[in-house]
Write a protein that binds this ligand. Structure first.
Ligand code: HEC
Length: 154
């Protein structure tokens, strides 16, 4: 839908050179929105991981269904991640740590999210057995680190 509106806008602009500066603005605004969207998605994953970590350390007492839902939230976000990362954002002015390698190696990058999803669902399954949860958390955390090492700039 947004793309349709944008295509319409482009058509108008082609007829009116005076409106050209608006194109740049529209690109910046939509690129910034795409960056904020993927950062929020990652922050949701990070928040869930932090809460699960708090439980694992014995600092947060949480009921099993809550723990399972946190893990399932990560799995859901992993499923939504490829679409959130797909738009390239060359005109973004907000801070992003996404490396250009993401789009140069899109299949490798996007292919890591199904693995993240599987690891998160394994964690949800392990709820009720803290030892098994620890192993599943470790495995999940490896997925985060491997991708961040490869595809985030400092
Ligand atoms: C397939 C790659 C990939 C995986 C797997 C991944 N991330 Fe990320 N993550 C990224 C990228 C790329 C960014 C940078 C987003 C940006 O700034 O545009 C990011 C950013 C973040 C951020 C910072 C968001 C912000 O507001 O700047 C957090 C927190 C985060 N990830 C947590 C996690 C956790 C926790 C996991 C594992 C459970 C994880 N990520 C798994 C690619 C990944």
């Amino acid at each position: 839908m947004k793309k349709l509106v944008f295509a319409g806008l482009l058509g108008t602009i082609m007829l009116s050179g005076a409106m050209y500066p608006m194109v740049a603005q529209a690109d910046e605004a939509s690129d910034n929105a795409a960056v904020e969207n993927r950062k929020m998605l990652m922050d949701g994953i990070g928040g869930a991981m932090g809460t699960l970590g708090c439980y694992m350390k014995g600092e947060c007492n949480l009921p099993d269904p809550v723990l399972a839902n946190l893990a399932k939230g990560i799995a859901f976000a992993a499923g939504a991640a490829p679409a959130a990362f797909e738009p390239q954002t060359p005109d973004a002015s907000v801070k992003t740590t996404s490396s250009a390698d993401i789009w140069a190696n899109w299949d490798d990058f996007a292919g890591r999210f199904p693995e993240l999803e599987t690891a998160a669902l394994a964690l949800a399954d392990a709820v009720g057995d803290k030892g098994a949860m620890g192993a599943a958390m470790g495995n999940l955390g490896k997925n985060c680190k491997a991708c961040h090492d490869e595809y985030r700039t400092k």
